[in-house]
Design a protein around this ligand. Structure first.
Ligand code: G1P
Length: 310
């Protein structure tokens, strides 16, 4: 049965942002990881913009006690705005106004760090009765170019159920991800859309069903909340979103993946974050050309820490 546009879409995007950011300590002692800038824009604003571009009109940020700064980034700052306007700093004003204008932002608090599945479950309380699906965007993951959620919405419209984004990762990395067991769809209509037969969180390489890993973008049917109530702690002793999805698959709920062939950054660790910052900076007119020159110099055999910086 094909679903109508109305039932296949989503209005709410859930962004879990309750983690301690331990891999970024000491910076994350006072600054939430999600606010660290990729050039000049916090990672969570990039993810919120992606959600808005994909059709969401509400962002539900799952925070932990004391992480209110993440939500404050989406609140208008009238004093700052009027100061910038008085000083004629209109380009900056536009930047400052962007986050509050993207979509409605609300927050729910995850009181205890019980896992990603538990974090997502907290969003159910603020959904409207007629919302049949939600998008979940993990703010550690930048999936580029943006737009995979639109493809995922189309796949849900065509095939029903829930749709996730997969990336092909090196074997050495599978144990850091939720990993899919997949097969071709019966109609084999699109090579990059596969049916999911199972999903396992952070498997050992020997147990990994494939090298296709969950890339932090989920379009989940509302039945996910029922499944989240029925799972028990899994990998790392946490309530895993992967385990709730696996439970739904076992019960016959259709789950598909869209295999993303573009690039992707992992903002969740300093190495991945730096790569993202350099990648984004190279694309910017005001920083790109100089950074490119400096990087060439810095990486050349002529580089010497004593030589003057160009
Ligand atoms: C989470 C999910 C995992 C997914 C990953 C993508 O893991 O649990 O299934 O593959 O995000 O980044 P985390 O990175 O939070 O350990």
């Amino acid at each position: 049965m094909r679903m109508t546009d109305k039932t296949s879409g989503f209005r709410t995007a859930v962004v879990p942002a309750a983690g301690l950011g331990t891999r970024f300590l000491p910076a994350t002692k006072t600054v939430p990881k999600e606010l660290l800038p990729v050039v000049d824009t916090p990672g969570i604003e990039l993810v919120a913009a992606e959600a808005a571009d994909s059709g969401a009109d509400r962002l539900v940020i799952v925070t932990s006690p004391g992480k209110d700064g993440v939500v404050a980034h989406f609140v208008e700052d009238l004093v700052l705005e009027s100061t910038l306007a008085e000083r004629g700093k209109f380009a900056l004003l536009e930047k400052v106004r962007k986050a509050p204008g993207l979509l409605d932002v609300t927050s729910v608090v995850q009181e205890e760090p019980l896992g990603l599945g538990h974090a997502v479950a907290q969003a159910e309380a603020v959904l409207d009765d007629d919302e049949l699906a939600i998008a979940v965007l993990l703010p550690d993951d930048l999936v580029l170019p943006c737009g995979v959620l639109e493809t995922m919405s189309r796949v849900r419209r065509e095939r029903g159920g829930s749709v996730l984004c997969a990336i092909d990762v090196p074997k050495s990395q599978v144990s850091a991800y939720g990993v899919f067991d997949v097969e071709e769809c019966a109609d084999n209509a699109e090579t990059d859309v596969l049916r999911v037969k199972g999903m396992v969180e952070k498997p050992d390489l020997a147990d990994a069903p494939s090298t296709l890993a969950a890339a932090g973008r989920y379009l989940l049917d509302r039945v996910i909340f029922d499944a989240l109530r029925r799972i028990t702690p899994g990998a790392g002793g946490e309530l895993q979103l992967t385990d709730a999805i696996a439970l739904l698959i076992d019960e016959g709920h259709p789950v598909h993946v869209v295999v993303h062939r573009g690039s992707r950054h992992d903002l969740g660790n300093p190495g991945g974050y730096l790569r993202a910052a350099v990648d984004f900076a190279l694309e910017r007119d005001e920083y790109g050309p100089q950074l490119r020159e400096w990087l060439k110099f810095r990486l050349s055999p002529e580089w010497d820490p004593q030589s003057p910086i160009a």
